[in-house]
Design a protein around this ligand. Structure first.
Ligand code: ADP
Ligand code: MG
Length: 621
């Protein structure tokens, strides 16, 4: 809750709105206690007194009534009517929307067609018709304004509910045997409530205006009772000769509506969960860089990550997701990066092209050299030109990276056209060619498919085709086969292997699967808690793992046809990266750990071809 207010007041306009509306609310709450004239007592002798005349701070109106007193009582009434109307409209409208969206089918159809009919009337005509039928009066104006706004809430909330009603957690609640009422109240309502509050906070101002409009026309509050609309209406005839009588309520309406709208916008932003974790700003186009000095270690590797440090700064906590990782690939080479989930593989990969979301991500040290050029801290345009063109990514879940509403052919064409100027026809035939390259059968007809019309394996091939679209030099594949079954996985791996041989592609292949690494990679790097603990040629590392962690990891892999044996799980859990132990991060789980391991920094040692970060490496067999 306190974080909500902190976010809200970081937005200065919303803060101003909050202060103004709070001042107005306070004023109207204490109005009955103030030494004011009776707002309804006329004194024709005192007509149209100027502001600041004695006894009447804001002057008097055409019947000699005190303007200040009428203004405060009028504001009280207008605010009350507007807020009550908003509450009624929001409750009834949301209830209708939730019921229609949750039950769907005929219920939805019947309810929403009724709502559509209401919406088809110009709203002010509808309000006038309702007041005409019920008779003028403030209560009837309130009913009219509320009724007119019900469809707005019903439509909005139904849209949200339809999306939620098909989600897994609702299915789970149904499977658990919950009744409809319980599901709606405990599962759905908490999820739509923020939307209802946002919709309300942005429409209250509007409803106050509508009520004032009806009163202005003489259909709302009846004389002598004052509300802001009727004050304006009565002042109309004297607008030229005595402008203060209309300016005073006019300014009040302006202040109320303006401050409520500013506050409403602020509430909307502060309730947005995506903004809550970071600052009140969109993520930057590239990861924030804050590094002291840069390393000038020229290299002839195609892509070299050098001593990279990436952290997440969340509040006062610092998560050291990547703490000094160095990796490099040459053309045609495949490097496997392996490690438990949470060991920092993805963050390392994303840091290379400045793709870690900032806030909260910060690159605090190191360099990423592509053909010698350091990309960390490079201008956005430099990175943009390389992203997807020279260095391409393949991610784990292609369904979430493909746009659901475009045909895959269009998406492939778009990937090419964002870097090269080619005609649509050319892009189309290139898309077909790419699909053939990744061995999708019937490529000519498949280009017209939507992502949901393809199987998981095929979508992943489309993901690879997209990565290949601009013939990149390096592909960074982040667990591309984890979600696939073994047969499809084998096909994808052999496809990547062919591409590497044919095109001299460098591949950084991230996985937690030793089988995959053994099949595809020349070298592997083992990561633990944001650091590389062992690196070397695939065969050497697999046959004679030097780091105890690597050895334990390999021992965890069940062997097909290897007979029954106890699987050696690694005891304990990986350390939290916001609280890393001193010395070797694996020491708490290692049975060979000595005092030495728990004190100083452990350096990567051994031959350049097979290095290990351990004081007591396993003996080579
Ligand atoms: P993996 O090796 O499974 O790909 P990641 O690179 O995704 O692991 O994550 C590395 C570490 O960074 C994890 O411990 C994770 O908790 C942390 N991390 C990732 N994103 C964030 C974030 N936005 N805020 C805080 N910590 C994060
Ligand atoms: Mg990952």
């Amino acid at each position: 809750m306190s974080s909500f207010f902190r976010l809200l007041f970081r937005n200065h306009l919303a803060a101003i709105g909050a202060v103004v509306i709070a001042a107005i609310l306070l004023l109207v709450l204490i109005t009955p206690l103030l030494p004011l004239h009776d707002p309804d007592v006329t004194a024709t002798a005192d007509r149209f007194k100027r502001p600041f005349s004695d006894g009447h701070l804001l002057g008097t109106d055409h019947l000699g009534r005190d303007l200040l007193s009428r203004l405060l009582y009028g504001t009280r009434l207008s605010l009350a009517v507007g807020v009550v109307a908003a509450l009624i409209a929001a409750s009834i409208g949301s209830a209708i929307g939730i019921i229609a969206g949750y039950f769907g089918g005929h219920v939805d159809n019947i309810i929403m067609r009724g709502v559509d009919m209401l919406m088809a009337f110009p709203y002010i005509l509808l309000a006038l018709a309702i007041v005409a039928a019920l008779g003028p009066g403030l209560l009837n104006a309130l009913i009219a304004v509320a009724a007119v706004n019900i469809p707005f809430f019903a439509r909005n909330i139904r849209g949200i509910t339809v999306g939620l009603a098909s989600r897994e957690f609702i299915d789970a609640a149904r499977l658990a045997g919950m009744g409809h009422t319980r599901i709606i109240l405990t599962e759905l309502l908490p999820n739509v409530l923020p939307v209802i509050i946002i919709a309300m906070s942005t429409t209250v101002g509007w409803m106050i205006l509508e009520t004032a409009g009806l009163s202005f026309l003489g259909l709302g509050s009846q004389p002598p009772q004052a509300d802001l609309g009727s004050m304006l209406g009565e002042a109309r005839s004297a607008m030229i000769s005595h402008p203060t009588t209309s300016i005073v309520p006019g300014i009040m309406i302006f202040l109320i509506v303006m401050s409520i709208n500013l506050l409403g916008d602020g509430v909307r932003d502060a309730l947005d969960p995506r903004l809550r974790s970071g600052a009140l700003s969109r993520p930057r186009a590239t990861t924030l860089v804050d590094r002291q000095g840069d390393i000038s270690a020229p290299t002839d590797d195609l892509l070299a990550i050098q001593d990279l440090h990436t952290q997440f700064h969340v509040g006062r906590r610092i998560y050291r997701a990547v703490g000094g990782v160095s990796l490099a690939v040459k053309p045609g080479e495949c490097l496997g990066v392996i490690g438990e989930s949470g060991s920092g593989k993805s963050v390392t990969a994303l840091s290379a092209m400045g793709l870690v979301a900032s806030p909260p991500g910060v690159i605090t040290g190191g360099a990423v050299r592509f053909k010698g050029e350091d990309l960390i801290g490079a201008p956005y345009e430099t990175l943009r030109q390389k992203r997807g063109d020279r260095v391409a990514y393949i991610f784990q879940d292609p369904l979430s990276t493909l746009h659901p509403l475009y045909r895959i052919g269009q998406q492939l064409a778009e990937a090419i056209q964002s870097h090269h100027q080619i005609s649509r026809a050319e892009a189309h035939s290139r898309a077909i060619q790419l699909l053939q390259d990744v061995r999708i059968p019937n490529a000519e007809s498949r280009v017209g498919n939507y992502p949901h019309e393809m199987s998981g394996g095929m979508r992943q091939r489309v993901g690879i085709a997209m990565a290949l679209a601009n013939e990149p030099d390096v592909i960074i594949a982040d667990e591309p086969t984890t979600a696939l079954d073994v047969t499809v996985q084998a096909q994808i791996l052999s496809l990547l292997d062919d591409l590497r041989r044919d095109r001299g592609l460098a591949i950084i292949f991230i996985t937690h699967d030793f089988g995959v690494v053994a099949q595809l990679c020349d070298r592997i790097a083992v990561m633990y808690a944001g650091r590389i603990v062992e690196e070397g040629p695939t065969r050497a590392v697999l046959d004679a793992p030097a780091h105890p962690y690597t050895g334990r990891l390999i021992a965890c892999v069940p062997e097909l046809g290897g007979g029954r044996r106890a699987l050696a799980a690694i005891p304990g859990l990986p350390p939290a990266v916001d609280d890393l132990p001193v010395g070797c991060a694996f020491a708490p789980r290692c049975d060979k750990a000595q005092d030495k391991c728990r004190t100083g920094e452990v350096a990567l040692q051994g031959a350049a071809s097979h290095a290990v970060r351990c004081h007591f490496p396993e003996e080579a067999v």
